[in-house]
Design a protein around this ligand. Structure first.
Ligand SMILES: [Zn+2]
Length: 422
């Protein structure tokens, strides 16, 4: 738990209250000051009908053109005649942390920000029971830079439409409807990545889709070269014995402090950073690839997927410090063998084995599928990502590849009990 500064952007929002209209949940009338008259019905009954399709922001936050929402607020008077002073609706963004700075402090746990507000009329308006339900239309362009609805392990981002109707006699009626905001990145060209494992000659080429989805499979194509080293009469080569893949979801979140508990984090604009890493999919394979020692290559393709019961999140990078990203981690167990060049099929294990580890960033996003951006007549904008150059670090282990000695049981006898963490 490091005390760190929140991003500058957030700091600006927090101190500029007039502009951002940041406030606590006290706007809601669930508390003591709510009128308690159970015998008396609320002056109006409200409901909300959305006309626009589910909100889907296309492209990344820097490029997205946003999504139009439209709908009708339905107001039905509960008395022969009800005069409403105002009907306001707020597009609210609510951020919640499961690790509040002060335990059990609601203000530390939850921040609500109004992103937009509608005032349906400026002068008091009379609703008559004889006229029945009345509809108040609304629409808005949801800005494309907003983070999508996210339910992380530590932190959550949710949106809702919150309506407050106030009668001229001072009675309040509230209504709330959750608004799910999704983001989709468009499918584009596959990503080709190359990883090298010095001091060996092994080079791993991996092809992945540029976007993957929380539900469904995606192909991973692998080709490793440099597995055979030939000398005058003999050759040594690496045989792939086992391949394990894992999809890791990494979340970073910053818990802010409410004004009352700001001293606990060392002042305004600071928060406590939390991190959480979990696996949302994995499998292992002991067969399914083609080995060609004369060519020095091994290649194959497998399907990877995330476990829906793990409820994998979409990737997100929010101005409030919530960031979720995903990596595909590959671990290849290779065993060395020796053979005479004249009889390459008569191989003898040398007993040496290694574990190759590497990882690739995954863009986990909603399916673009049925969702169509409101301005989809504009040509799609792809951010062309060139194939990654080889990345490696030989000593720190923090780089993209790692090669370690395998010190488990004899690979040639029993691959069932390989321990990749040895
Ligand atoms: Zn607090």
């Amino acid at each position: 738990m490091d005390h760190i500064k929140r991003p500058t952007l957030k700091l600006k929002h927090s101190s500029d209250k007039a502009k951002s209209k940041e406030r606590s949940l006290s706007k809601d009338k669930h508390g003591k000051d709510a009128p308690r008259s159970p015998a008396r019905p609320k002056p109006v009954k409200m409901d909300l009908v959305m006309e626009s399709p589910p909100v889907l922001l296309m492209d990344n936050p820097q490029q997205s053109s946003g999504a139009l929402i439209s709908g009708r607020l339905q107001v039905t008077p509960n008395a022969p005649q009800v005069e409403l002073e105002s009907v306001k609706m707020f597009l609210e963004c609510s951020t919640t942390t499961k690790r509040p700075v002060e335990a059990r402090c609601r203000e530390c746990m939850n921040q609500v920000k109004d992103l937009y507000e509608w005032h349906f009329f400026t002068k008091p308006k009379v609703f008559r029971a004889s006229e029945g339900m009345q509809e108040l239309p609304f629409s808005h362009l949801i800005p494309g830079h907003l983070p999508g609805t996210t339910h992380g392990y530590v932190s959550s981002i949710e949106y809702s439409l919150h309506v407050r109707a106030r009668s001229t006699s001072g009675e309040e009626t509230e209504f709330r409807r959750q608004l799910v905001i999704n983001r989709a990145l468009r499918p584009g060209n596959d990503k080709n990545s190359v990883r090298v494992f010095p001091p060996t000659n092994l080079t791993l080429h991996v092809t992945l889709p540029n976007v993957v989805h929380p539900i469904g499979e995606f192909p991973v194509q692998c080709r490793m070269t440099g597995i055979t080293t030939k000398r005058d009469d003999t050759q040594t080569r690496w045989r792939l014995r086992k391949l394990t893949w894992r999809i890791e979801e990494h979340e970073t979140a910053i818990s802010p402090a409410c004004p009352k508990h700001i001293a606990k984090v060392g002042g305004e604009g600071k928060g406590v950073q939390h991190e959480n890493t979990r696996d949302v999919g994995m499998d292992e394979m002991k067969t399914g690839w083609k080995t060609d020692f004369s060519d020095g290559t091994v290649e194959g393709e497998f399907m990877a997927s995330m476990n829906p019961s793990a409820k994998p999140q979409r990737g997100v990078d929010s101005a409030n410090g919530l960031k979720i990203n995903h990596n595909l981690i590959l671990e290849l167990v290779i065993a060395e063998e020796w053979a005479p060049n004249k009889k390459p099929n008569q191989a003898t294990p040398t007993g040496a084995a290694r574990v190759l580890r590497t990882q690739f960033a995954l863009n986990v996003t909603e399916r673009a599928g049925m969702g169509i951006a409101w301005d989809d007549e504009q040509p799609p904008m792809y951010e062309d990502v060139p194939a990654s150059p080889p990345h490696y670090r030989t000593s720190s282990g923090e780089g993209l590849t790692q090669i370690v000695d395998y010190e488990g049981e004899d690979l040639h006898e029993d691959v069932e009990h390989l321990n990749l963490n040895s």
